[in-house]
Design a protein around this ligand. Structure first.
Ligand code: NAD
Ligand code: DAU
Length: 334
C-alpha cells in the first residue's frame, strides 16, 4: 500500500510514519508537508534515504499539487493542520485556510482521482467542553467547538462527512484526545513543561490549573489510525482516548516529581480566553468494533517522554532557539 500522509513532519504525523514503515515492510509513504513553524524534517530523518519514503514540500491548499500526489497513492491519511489553540486565538486566518480550505482541496483531489480512501485525523475539541458531572464525549455528542482552532477542525469534519454522503467518497474520521510523546512540539503543555524544567525555568500554568484533559501516548493513537484505515467502517467516526483524565496541575506535579523538582517551579499565569474546562472520551466503539484500546499508562508514558526529551536536547533546543527555520530554508527552498 502507498500512503499519502499529510503533515508528517509534525508531531503525530511523524510518529505515524515511523509506526507504518516499521510495521509494514512492503508499504511506502509520501510525506507532504508545508514545513510551517511546526514541521521539522528531523522528526523523520531516519527515513530520508529509504526507498519507501518520499518527502514533498507543499501546501495542502495547492490543488494541482494535491491532484498529482493523490492520484499516485492508494489512500490519504490527513494530519496536516494548524494545531495550537493559543495561536488560533491570536490569529485564526491560517487555521481556516489550512484546516478548512486545505481539507476541502484534499477531498476534491481524492474525489477526482477515482474516490481514494481518505482518513481524516481530528480532535475531541470539536465537541466543546464538559462539566465535571457530564458523560465523556462519544461519536454521538453534538458538535460545540469553542475556539477558532476547534471551529476550524469541526468545519473540516463536516466537509469530510459531506463528501461521504454527497459523493460516496470512502472516508473515516478519528476524534482523539490530547497526545503526548516523542517529537511533541515544545509549545504544548507537556513538552513545554519538561523542557522548561530541564532548562531550570518555571512551568506556566493557565488560570487555576484545574482544567481537565484526557491524555494518550502518541503511539497508541497511531495504532488506532492504522486500525481505522485498514478495518474501519466507511463513513464512520471513531472516538479515541487514553482513559487518563487529569487536571493540568496534576500533570505538572507528576512531571515535577519525575524530574526531581518542587512546586516553586510552578508559575500561575493568566488563563487562556474561552479555556475549555474538561475533555474526556468514551472509546467503547473502537474498542468493540476494532479491538483497539490504549496500551501505555499515563505513568509509563510520561516517564518515557521525560526520558526522550532528556536524551534529545539537540532536537528541542534547536526548536526553542528558532535555528531549525534556517535549516529548512537552506535545505528545501521551494
Ligand atoms: P503539528 O502542529 O505538530 O503538525 C502539523 C503539521 O502540519 C506540521 O508538520 C506542519 O508543517 C503541517 N502543515 C501545517 N499547515 C500545512 C499546510 N497548509 N500544508 C501542508 N502541511 C501543513 O500537529 P499535531 O499535533 O501533530 O496534529 C496533527 C493532527 O492531529 C492535526 O490535524 C490535529 O488537529 C490532530 N490532533 C492532534 C492532537 C494532539 O494532541 N496534538 C490530538 C487530536 C488530534
Ligand atoms: O484535545 C486534543 C487537542 O489537544 C488537539 O486537538 C490540539 O491540537 C492539541 O494542541 C491539544 O490542545 P490543548 O489546548 O488541550 O493542548 P495544550 O498542550 O496547548 O494545553 C493543554 C492544557 O494545558 C490546556 O488546558 C491549556 C493548558 N496549558 C497549556 C500551555 C501551553 C497551560 O496551563 N500552560 C501552558 O503553557
Amino acid at each position: 500500500m502507498k500512503l499519502l500522509v499529510t503533515g508528517a513532519a509534525g508531531f503525530i504525523g511523524s510518529n505515524f510514519v515511523h509506526y507504518i514503515l516499521k510495521k509494514y515492510p512492503d508499504y511506502s509513504v509520501v510525506n507532504l508537508d508545508a514545513l510551517t513553524y511546526a514541521g521539522n524534517l528531523e522528526n523523520v530523518k531516519e527515513w530520508e534515504h529509504d526507498s519507501r519514503y518520499t518527502f514533498v514540500r507543499g501546501d495542502i491548499c495547492d490543488a494541482a499539487l494535491m491532484d498529482g500526489l493523490v492520484r499516485d497513492v492508494d489512500a490519504v491519511v490527513h494530519f496536516a493542520a494548524e494545531s495550537h489553540v493559543d495561536r488560533s486565538i491570536l490569529d485564526a486566518k491560517s487555521f481556516v485556510q489550512t484546516n478548512v480550505i486545505g481539507t476541502q482541496v484534499l477531498l476534491d483531489a481524492a474525489l477526482r482521482s477515482g474516490k481514494k480512501r481518505f482518513h481524516h485525523v481530528s480532535t475531541d475539541e470539536v465537541f466543546g467542553a464538559l462539566k465535571p458531572e457530564d458523560e465523556p464525549f462519544s461519536e454521538t455528542t453534538p458538535y460545540d467547538p469553542r475556539s477558532p482552532y476547534s471551529a476550524s477542525k469541526a468545519g473540516s469534519d463536516h466537509l469530510v462527512r459531506a463528501y461521504f454522503h454527497t459523493h460516496g467518497l470512502p472516508v473515516t474520521i478519528s476524534n482523539c484526545s490530547n497526545n503526548y510523546g516523542p517529537y511533541h512540539f515544545p509549545e504544548k503543555l507537556i513538552p513545554l513543561a519538561i523542557t522548561n524544567l530541564i532548562e531550570g525555568k518555571k512551568v506556566p500554568v493557565y488560570g487555576d490549573g484545574m482544567q481537565v484533559r484526557d491524555w494518550l501516548f502518541v503511539e497508541d493513537h497511531c495504532r488506532a489510525i492504522d486500525m481505522i484505515v485498514h478495518k474501519g467502517m466507511l463513513g464512520e467516526t471513531y472516538c479515541v482516548g487514553g482513559a487518563s483524565e487529569r487536571a493540568n496541575i496534576d500533570i505538572v506535579k507528576q512531571l515535577l516529581s519525575l524530574m526531581g523538582k518542587d512546586e516553586t517551579s510552578i508559575e500561575y499565569v493568566t488563563d487562556r480566553p474561552g479555556h475549555d474546562r474538561r475533555y474526556a472520551i468514551n472509546f467503547s466503539k473502537i474498542q468493540k468494533e476494532l479491538g483497539w484500546e490504549p496500551t501505555v499508562t499515563l505513568e509509563e508514558g510520561l516517564a518515557s517522554t521525560v526520558e526522550w526529551f532528556m536524551q534529545h536536547e539537540d532536537w528541542w533546543k534547536k526548536i526553542k532557539s528558532g535555528e531549525y527555520q534556517d535549516y529548512y530554508e537552506t535545505q528545501y527552498k521551494r
